[in-house]
Design a protein around this ligand. Structure first.
Ligand code: GYE
Length: 335
């Protein structure tokens, strides 16, 4: 009898022990699962992209896509605005409604963002501006901005002109502008205007926007060429418009480049742009770096840690002169 009772109590102790272990295991499993569920929750980023108007823009979109991947812990919702501000405003409203963690905005123009950015602020969604800038008196409407110093770019092109053309010599200038009201257009155009104002012989013959696209660049240049039998300089605010303009010049049998009639100044210095510079078709090409994905990611990860990244971050850039560019410069270009 006594032995049986002993056996029973031993069995009961063992059962309790096993149940305890099972309980512990369950808790460990539940904790582990909820932990991994938390770790796997991606950070949702809504990106309102300007469009797909140029090689620069495509490289910029690629850089964002390659950075904000699921394996990096992100879910990227990318909306192409087809160069229209109203589409960007609609995209931002959608992002707010979807409850994204962060909004990244590449604004098509500088003006007109206060209303919708106030909506994002009220909803508690941080906004990071990339590439072009916005004009606002309320800096609290965005967390940070990262992009190029477009005034500096304009100044670099202007300095190249001052080095290569005499101040009092007559110079007929045609100006192909980017999207009017965009920071890239404003800064680059300011650079040219400053040297036109300073050098007495330099005349701005024609000025129009080609909206940063190859097709419009060609159209506008065709018009310029019909209007002017002689042009010394084409100040062209991006490579794609320069490609379009070169096509127009080829068709009109007007020469350009080192020994040609028209000297071309361009911006972006994309791979294709640098190839044209190496060939001597573009005389001066001012770099503009589109690889903003990792820069924006760094801002977001710092914001997530509760840190305060720099409000305005400018990217370092150089310029290429047709007389100095090397094959290596072209080969090294990734966009
Ligand atoms: O120069 C042009 C693009 O905002 C810097 O936009 C960007 C400009 C770039 O379409 O090619």
């Amino acid at each position: 009898m006594a032995q049986r009772a002993r056996l029973r109590t031993r069995f009961a102790v063992k059962k309790k022990f096993m149940a305890g272990i099972l309980f512990l295991l369950t808790i460990i499993l539940v904790l582990r699962d909820s932990g991994s569920a938390l770790a796997a929750e991606p950070v949702v980023v809504g990106f309102s992209q300007v469009g797909a108007e140029s090689d620069w823009r495509m490289a910029n979109t690629k850089s964002m896509r390659e950075t904000f991947t699921e394996s990096n812990g992100y879910k990227l919702i990318l909306k192409d605005a087809q160069q229209k501000q109203e589409n960007q405003i609609a995209a931002i409203r959608e992002f707010i409604e979807q409850g994204v963690g962060y909004i990244v905005l590449a604004p098509v123009t500088e003006d007109g963002w206060d209303g919708v950015l106030k909506e994002a602020k009220d909803a508690g969604v941080p906004v990071i501006i990339v590439d072009r800038m916005i004009k606002t008196i309320d800096d609290s409407l965005y967390s940070c901005w990262v992009g190029s110093d477009f005034r500096r770019e304009g100044g670099v092109a202007a300095a190249w002109m001052e080095k290569n053309f005499e101040s009092d010599k007559d110079l007929v200038i045609a100006h192909l502008q980017g999207t009017l009201g965009s920071s890239a257009q404003i800064g680059r155009s300011e650079g040219l205007q400053a040297v036109i104002d300073k050098n007495i012989g330099w005349k701005l013959a024609v000025r129009d926007s080609g909206d940063f696209t190859q097709v419009k660049g060609k159209e506008v240049m065709e018009r310029f060429l019909r209007q002017y039998r002689h042009i010394d300089v084409l100040f062209c605010e991006n490579d794609n418009m320069a490609f379009g303009a070169m096509k127009a010049m080829d068709e009109a049998r007007r020469s350009y480049g080192a020994d040609g009639e028209i000297k071309i100044i361009s911006f972006d210095a994309t791979r294709r742009g640098l190839e044209a510079t190496l060939k001597g078709w573009i005389s001066c090409n001012v770099e503009c770096n589109p690889l903003h994905g990792p820069r924006v990611e760094q801002i977001i990860s710092r914001l997530r840690k509760g840190e305060t990244p720099g409000k305005l971050v400018y990217v370092d850039e150089i310029a290429f002169d047709a007389a100095l560019i090397t094959q290596k410069d072209v080969a090294e270009r990734t966009y």
